[in-house]
Design a protein around this ligand. Structure first.
Ligand code: 5GP
Ligand code: ZN
Length: 112
């Protein structure tokens, strides 16, 4: 997707503080962090969001959660706890229409 922000980040056309990258996903620090650790984990393939997921995406979703686990370990937030969340649509506050998982931790998070 030519004009999609997260596609541009995945292609390296927009700078980000990348913390992890492989053939399927890129993970980078959120520009407006809501916690001491706030990382976005993003499939390199353009998927708009949860509502457009298909059977063929099962592997990437599992992979993203394993990357979240790995990054939580690397950032030393596993023991104290962390949150992984996805916003879908306007009521949830999704602003970037390219699927992304938020990894939040490093402090006590507000209950949801
Ligand atoms: P959403 O609200 O769609 O679930 O989350 C979008 C997230 O992307 C927000 O937390 C926002 O701070 C982050 N974001 C928006 N633009 C940029 C950007 O250009 N770079 C980075 N690193 N994060 C961004
Ligand atoms: Zn995209």
């Amino acid at each position: 997707m030519k004009d999609c922000l997260f596609c541009k980040i995945a292609r390296g056309e927009v700078k980000s503080e990348t913390v992890y990258s492989d053939e399927l996903v890129i993970a980078f620090n959120d520009i407006n962090p809501q916690a001491p650790v706030h990382i976005l984990i993003v499939p390199k393939e353009h998927i708009e969001g949860v509502t457009t997921l298909e059977e063929k995406h099962k592997n990437i979703i599992g992979h993203i959660l394993l990357v979240a686990k790995r990054l939580a370990g690397e950032k030393s937030i596993s023991e104290d706890g962390f949150r992984v969340l996805v916003n879908s649509g306007s009521n949830a506050g999704q602003v970037v229409e390219h699927l992304h998982f938020h990894l939040l931790g490093g402090d006590r998070l507000k209950p949801i």
